[in-house]
Design a binder for this molecule. Sequence first.
Ligand code: FAD
Length: 414
Amino acid sequence: MVLPLVSRWSARVLWASPGWRRTYTQRACVGLKRLGCPRGVYSPLAHRAYSVVAGGPEVTLTPERYPVQRLPFSTVSEEDLAAFECIIPGRVITDPEQLQTCNVDWLKTVRGCSKVLLRPQTSEEVSQILRHCYKRNLAVNPQGGNTGMVGGSVPVFDEVILSTALMNQVISFHDVSGCPGFAEVLQTFRTCRGMLGEILSAFEFMDTECMQLVGQHLQLTNPVQESPFYVLVETSGSSAGHDAEKLTNVLEQVLNSGLVTDGTMATDQRKVQMLWALRERITEALSRDGYVFKYDLSLPVERLYDLVIDLRTRLGPRAKHVVGYGHLGDGNLHLNVTAEAFSRELLGALEPYVYAWTAEQRGSVSAEHGLGFKKKDVLGYSKPPVAVTLMQQLKAMLDPEGILNPYKTLPAQA
Ligand SMILES: Cc1cc2nc3c(=O)[nH]c(=O)nc-3n(C[C@H](O)[C@H](O)[C@H](O)COP(=O)(O)OP(=O)(O)OC[C@H]3O[C@@H](n4cnc5c(N)ncnc54)[C@H](O)[C@@H]3O)c2cc1C
């Protein structure tokens, strides 16, 4: 096991989707190709132009891959567009090229066919838009950075996309809190927690396949000797010198005790970022490896990695890679399986197996990514029926017409 130690004074960057140049009023100049919507959801707007995404195969439309039926919402009309234009002049987007991007998720696994993207700047504008949608029975899909992992951020059919990209007044940030460990990694975590105390702000683990993938697809360099597991430790104390001294002591201790075989420490920002990239860019490396089946589970820490090993045997050569990484203290395992392409057979070998395995350990089917579109029907593996019913009742109370992000988060009511 190897231990890169990092001392980082937290910095977070907020970004918005780039280049929304053309607006509703300029839409007429687009050519006349139709967006591939399933039958039955065409509105007058469907005859507007849609071009195919440049580069890479087109993502399969969600209703063609998943068994989901469009609910009887209205479709967006010219009058609706005019009403939106009154509320947010110049920020009603119907340009097909721009819509392509926000109809597809970051992982390129689900695709909707919304005809309109709204870009409000204030809560008042959001409120007016929702009032109109409620009156007209138009379904709405809120969208932030569209980096979600469970298909929640893009429409399933033709929902209105309500983007918060322009609502970029940041109110506050919370630092990432400390994350404990796993087996030998767990022992290392205990040592870190004991010796670093409150300055320990992150403890992440990744397996050797993750390290290989960031090297292979992103050309990131592993700064330490090869090992079955790697952990990344971050401190966020108020004094850089004090943190560095404490980290050095920890590194000496874990190396001397044989818990780790190699380590590196960074205090300058460039190297800190380099080390964090190894962990934060795993998702990107996986998506370059092929189609990714993603699971974000919480499990008892002592069983956390067993599922990865178990799946490697179960899937054999059908999977390209089965990898595990995550935040140990939360018992959070990011389990990812890559394959050359989407395959129903592989999906069948993974599900419901992964969920049943998780339920047996009394774990959770979604640790931090949420349920979105893809996991809504497996909520029952982690929550008793009475809890699901209560959630449905609360949702119905706040959203009586069910227009807010339909098809997501909760199973349809019986
Ligand atoms: C490279 C990479 C690494 C990641 N690492 C992590 C990680 O370590 N931990 C983690 O938890 N996640 C991770 N994610 C997942 C994702 O970034 C987070 O879940 C993130 O919080 C999603 O934010 P977003 O603004 O992009 O939301 P979106 O993807 O746009 O939306 C997510 C969901 O929230 C809803 N939503 C968005 N805005 C609103 C709103 N204003 N009101 C109501 N609902 C709204 C959407 O409809 C959707 O259901 C990672 C993603 C990527 C691409």
